[in-house]
Design a protein around this ligand. Structure first.
Ligand code: UTP
Length: 475
């Protein structure tokens, strides 16, 4: 790069787009820093940035919601009638067959910053299992190993990281010997980033030589899968379906034959799992039909009167909440990328460390800047067909978002113990309980022992008697 020439060109561009402050510390930078800063600026698309600043940074462009919203139809946790029961049975068989044929891959999005958890490192390295303190990465790896053995195939695992945690994630996998998986079946890649802005539209500097950037949201996965070569790798292996999940949910049933099978039977392109919301304003996306098309509308964008609307039986009309579990067709991701798709932007006001005009670090106590992100569920309306399958929160959704309180380390561990206890009870075992009905022991079921409730019955002879206060891990 001819740094001097590029510098002059970029200076002009920055002036035109009112971002000249990005070169404010130029004189204090060494050669390598200058080159690096120029290349970061060079990669920005200022036409888009002007539009983002006007529509998303300086104001919050309201989400266009159609006047005609209706609740979405869905497959229930249990089939509705005999006909549907037969369809579920066919779907389970098909799902298992697709697994045996190696047509399904695991895909976790792990590029987030996990700021709410406050853990120093990739969230996947957080120890969460109640007895053995296994990390999220290890739990998922054990699930994939057990499923690969069950279906006599090699299930590949795609892991999306971000520039902030890719290197560390790779080190963690290497130092843990890929948790027993074969290295060739673990594909770690990185998502894109977006610049962070002050609320008046200036791109923030992380330090004198670097822009302040954040990962571009889990919606960035649909581009990153393609650009990283992950989709090409899937094609080579014959993978057709991607099981998408988030890094913070250790209860995820990554390869559920029913979900995979219903999705495939109905020839869907992107499907979702849903739970029944705990109340009208639960902070989850709402499945809605907008002018006949399935959309997931954020809780903050659903008008109150619709959120609170009730059916004659008093259940919520918009009762389905999204839990970020999807099956996505590989071909759908290819099609989106070939069509040059884009997802809508979402604005988040956050505390963003940066430097001020004098080059002094600003570590804000209050939100001071804007992050822009895309969300994967905004691709649902782009799919030609999409199904929703209900699941039980207690069986499949324990997000570890916070250190304490709601959706926390504590609540996740409790849900893991409760689910293990339910699985054991359903196989006829007695679980010690306190007088208030809560479980009086700590239980952990590893994926190698049981991938689902039904597997427990086959292992009854391996389960010791469980006494009050016991800490038992079934492996
Ligand atoms: P969250 O919405 O929980 O965000 O992400 P986060 O960044 O992990 O956590 P906070 O908000 O800072 O506390 C949901 C899922 O999407 C992934 C996360 O890793 C998590 O699995 N994600 C999020 C990405 O992969 N990339 C992103 O840019 C954002």
């Amino acid at each position: 790069m001819d740094t001097a020439k590029t510098y002059e060109d970029i200076k002009k561009v920055l002036k035109k787009h009112r971002q000249s402050h990005l070169l404010a510390f130029w004189d204090q930078l060494d050669k390598a820093q200058r080159r690096n800063l120029l290349s970061q600026i060079h990669r920005l698309d200022f036409v888009k940035i002007d539009y983002w600043v006007a529509d998303y940074v300086k104001k919050n462009a309201s989400v266009a919601i159609s006047g005609d919203l209706a609740p979405a139809s869905f497959y229930g946790y249990e089939p509705d009638d005999t006909r549907q029961k037969q369809k579920y049975a066919r779907a389970v068989n098909l799902g298992k067959e697709l697994m045996r044929q190696g047509k399904v891959a695991a895909f976790v999005v792990a590029g987030g910053q996990g700021t709410r958890l406050g853990f120093d490192g990739p969230k996947g390295d957080f120890p969460i299992s109640p007895v053995k303190n296994k990390t999220l990465f290890q739990i998922f790896a054990e699930y994939i190993t057990a499923a690969s053995q069950k279906y006599k195939t090699d299930c590949p695992w795609y892991i999306m990281t971000s520039p902030l945690n890719r290197t560390r994630t790779e080190e963690i996998f290497r130092s843990n010997d890929y948790y027993g998986l074969e290295e060739k079946n673990v594909f770690i890649f990185q998502q894109g980033t977006m610049p962070n802005f002050s609320t008046d539209g200036r791109i923030l500097l992380a330090d004198k030589a670097n822009l302040s950037c954040s990962p571009d949201g889990h919606g960035g996965s649909l581009k990153a899968l393609y650009q990283s070569g992950a989709i090409e790798d899937m094609k080579r292996r014959g993978v057709e379906f991607v099981s998408y999940f988030q890094i913070d949910n250790p209860l995820i049933n990554i390869f559920d034959p029913l979900f995979i099978g219903l999705h495939a039977l109905d020839k869907a392109e992107m499907s979702s799992r849903a739970v029944i919301k705990t109340g009208p304003f639960e902070k989850v996306g709402n499945f809605c039909l907008a002018d006949g098309r399935l959309n997931i509308i954020e809780y903050s964008d659903l008008p109150d009167e619709l959120a609170e609307k009730r059916n004659p039986d008093k259940s919520l009309t918009f009762k389905l909440g999204s839990i970020a579990i999807h099956i996505i067709n590989r071909a759908f991701v290819e099609k989106l990328n070939a069509d040059g798709f884009s997802l809508p932007l979402h604005r988040a006001l956050k505390k963003i460390p940066n430097i001020d005009d004098c080059g002094e670090p600003v570590g804000p106590d209050e939100p001071n800047g804007v992050k822009l992100e895309t969300f994967v569920f905004d691709a649902v309306p782009l799919a030609s067909k999409s199904i929703i399958l209900e699941t039980l929160r207690s069986e499949e959704f324990a997000p570890t978002k916070n250190a304490t309180g709601v959706d926390s380390i504590e609540s996740t561990k409790k849900m893991m113990v409760d689910r293990a206890a339910r699985w054991l009870e359903s196989a006829g075992l007695n679980i010690p309980k306190k007088t208030d009905g809560s479980i009086d022991c700590v239980l952990e079921i590893t994926p190698g022992f049981a991938l689902q409730k039904e597997d427990v019955k086959e292992k009854l002879n391996q389960i010791p008697q469980i006494k009050p206060g016991d800490k038992i891990c079934l492996t």
